[in-house]
Design a protein. Sequence first.
Length: 284
Amino acid sequence: MMTVDLTSPAFHRALLGALCVSFGSAPIGVFLVLRRMSLIGDVIAHAILPGTAAAFIMYGFSLAAMSVGGVIAGLAVALAAGVVTRVTALREDASLAAFYLIAVAAGVMMLALHGSAQNLEDVLFGNAQSLTPDAVWMMTGTCAVTIVTMLAIYRPLVVESFDPVFLRSVGGRGGLVHAVFIGLAVLNMVESYRAMGTLMSAGLMLIPAISAQFWTRNLRMMIAVAVGIAAVSSISGLVVAMGAHVPPGPAIILIAGAIYLFSLCLGRFGSVRAKYFPARHLAH
């Protein structure tokens, strides 16, 4: 029988950290999916691994150092993939896949050579139970910065997502908006790895966003639904993880995956039910 101490400070810190990840990452995930950049989100999540591993080897479990290392590595891989696409005939998805695999292999090898098995597991799968107050404050700050920045660039980001040519024609700074958006994606990936792990951080950003598309066609509602799914997955996953003594990252993502499968089957738009069993009033 699973027992979870819901009053413990460790659970409260883990819950607050996971909710910060949910509120910061899910809106970014919605735009990544709408802009057909889901692969880039996954690549960034894995690309931060060698940066965090290098910072860990040099400075130990220093939150600031590992965050800086992750941001540098994530931006470097995204930039390198873009450069390769422009100077060669290689498609962007192929260059992203190559850099993603190299980054994962390099990060795992670095941790295997200079860390312990527990260090490797914590970085790959997260350890929300061990979040420190400083880590939670940093995750809260990242969430706040993300929300404020997303509100500031919301209108041009929407236009740039659906019609970048129009945005350029009216003098909009589409390139700047895109760069800020990618920066926010990298920042949230880095801050979520402490709770989710580098291999799972993209899951809470993308799976709720994909699931939300089955329930609404309104962009603002889609963001709200994605945040709600992420929050429910975080809370439920943490309770399961702490009760069963398993890594929280996989538990949270599996619950988000279950909600995705439910949405895929029974959602209002584009689901199996909507496609093969439409509402009777639409069949006249």
